[in-house]
Design a protein around this ligand. Sequence first.
Ligand SMILES: Cc1cc2nc3c(=O)[nH]c(=O)nc-3n(C[C@H](O)[C@H](O)[C@H](O)COP(=O)(O)OP(=O)(O)OC[C@H]3O[C@@H](n4cnc5c(N)ncnc54)[C@H](O)[C@@H]3O)c2cc1C
Length: 374
Amino acid sequence: MSVVTADVIVIGLGAMGGAAFRSLASRGLRVVGIEQHSVPHALGSSHGETRIIRKAYFEHPDYVPLLRRSYELWGDLETAIGQQLYHETGLLLIGPPDGEAIPGARLAAERHGIAIEPLSAADLRRRFPWITPREGDECLFEPEAGFLEVERCVEAQVRDGERRQGTAACGERVVEWSAEGRVARVVTDRGRYEAGALVIAGGPWASRLLHEMHVPLEVVRKPVVWFRSRPGAVAPTCGFFVEQEGRAFYGVPSLERGMTKLAEHTGGNVVEDADRVDRLLRSEDVGPLQTFAETTLRDIDSTPVRSAVCLYTLTPDRHFVIDQHPGHANVAVACGFSGHGFKFAPVVGEALADLAVRGESALPIGFLQNRSWT
Ligand SMILES: Cc1cc2nc3c(=O)[nH]c(=O)nc-3n(C[C@H](O)[C@H](O)[C@H](O)COP(=O)(O)OP(=O)(O)OC[C@H]3O[C@@H](n4cnc5c(N)ncnc54)[C@H](O)[C@@H]3O)c2cc1C
């Protein structure tokens, strides 16, 4: 069997691998991306119409410089394809003053000079009458936030990479890879590849590709459900993230008028094998969302209209892994995006391309490298 050669091979053309593919192709490198399914597809972590993007990052302020670069790169992708992918609706953050979201967003906003508006209960009623917070909750509005059209973003990254002479091999599963000095070899169920460097971005399948790294990843099943607003009611006009009683729910206005996508960020059942996921909506998936809708979004009809099941890949501390493979300097890896990675995809792609080709990146990813799991 003949061997296909390239400068860099990318395993996985989902959010992160697709971004690395585009970044490498835009540097004039010969890049081959290998994807076991199609681009996009609905079996991994990057489907379900929309993804929230925001800057006042409560998870950790060190993500903010990466987010700023990500906003620039999403804009660059929109310009390259001549189409809108980002919708700046703003985002409401609601929760207890001593929770994770409100103090974390305030800290990130103060440290990095990000605009956030504290809203009183009266402000909220006037500007966002469709949502009712709990007694004692605080509320912040971040105007420079919104949502990305997830499948269109994934597709646009790869198509733009192909336009720049990248080659995408879809429907082909990587079964083995190895690296030795400046050579990386990949074997798929259809062929063999060889390159100077390798990027591995396997999403929920990452553990299979990175078993030597021993990253304790946990894959979790995450249902999302679309609900319609009652006839004549004002439907949610922006994204929202609500922390209540140790749980977190969020919602995004659908592209279909009058519909809202709801999901729970916390919780979820662990999946042992990402190839065998129950994709049907269960009553225990819908119940908590209906209760949330009934108490917090009173004008939403709690009959589900449609649903999808997606996968989170969690690290123990919920922070990402973006690094060089510890055993191979020419292999860059990204995994464990813990349910909040999509907004970062283009900057992760840029970092992965830097790491694979140069062994280092000027991007501030130090806090996501050399992670210890003991
Ligand atoms: C319901 C839900 C809601 C979310 N909401 C948000 C949000 O609002 N904002 C946000 O920023 N993030 C959000 N996230 C998280 C974000 O979507 C993920 O962090 C991100 O999509 C992960 O991208 P990935 O490239 O790691 O995985 P994927 O996009 O799944 O890509 C991995 C790819 O690798 C391929 N692959 C794996 N193994 C092989 C192999 N052996 N051979 C060939 N190909 C292979 C897979 O087929 C897949 O296409 C959400 C996630 C979910 C599930």
